[in-house]
Design a binder for this molecule. Sequence first.
Ligand code: PEP
Length: 260
Amino acid sequence: MDNSRKKYIVANWKMNFTTGEASLYLNKLSNRIQPSRKVQIVLAPSTISLQPLSLQVNRRQFKLAAQNFYWREYGAYTGEVALSQIRGFVDYAIVGHSERRYVFNESEADIAQKVAAAVRSNITPILCIGETALERKDGETAAAICDQLASGLHEVSKEDIDKVIIAYEPVWAISSNKNAKPATPTDIIEAVKIIRKYIAKLYGKDAAEAISVLYGGSVNKDTSAAYLELDGIDGLLIGSASLIADQFCAIVEIAKGVNK
Ligand code: PEP
């Protein structure tokens, strides 16, 4: 597999840490993690912490990501935050996370608009896709993945597909789910093949080879090496383990050491 693609370690802090705690945690990570050209580390704090952390962060060391935003530019959308309001703070944005899809009923149409809005704003969308336990049980994994790719990338042109990152996150493997269990290497390799084949169908072989695909789902320091070594996997999206400095720093060091 091509090893010219960059590695990504993305921390999704979800709805954790006050602004003060987030600042202290960033300080702790900054003291322990050396910048690396091989691994792009991306931190996704709560929206409220983006502005202060953007002033604190060394962007050679870490980039920031939004966990969520609304795709319209401005207007009467109570409680929402537009990309135009956070554009200066973030380089990446998580879109279509399963908690947004299933807890907040985010629609495929909104996800497609968010991906397109991020691309327009020069913010790299990290489009999360992945089947539910029921879809897997019913043999619908491939269909679920391809449907989410088709709808999520609906507004993305061939010229812009290299501005998108895909995160494969089987919903049943995410630690916030009851009975979560980590995906096996075989599960992930099969899913990544499906993803690249479908990207090839939509955008051509070169785009399929070039696109970065991350894995997310209950990754910790003991399991990260095995996931990072998998063919076609370019990094990790990490939830709970990203909240613990020892865990997160160990995963980053492991990623720096992976040669493929
Ligand atoms: C996630 O929610 O994107 C995630 C991967 O979480 P966790 O690592 O806790 O399973």
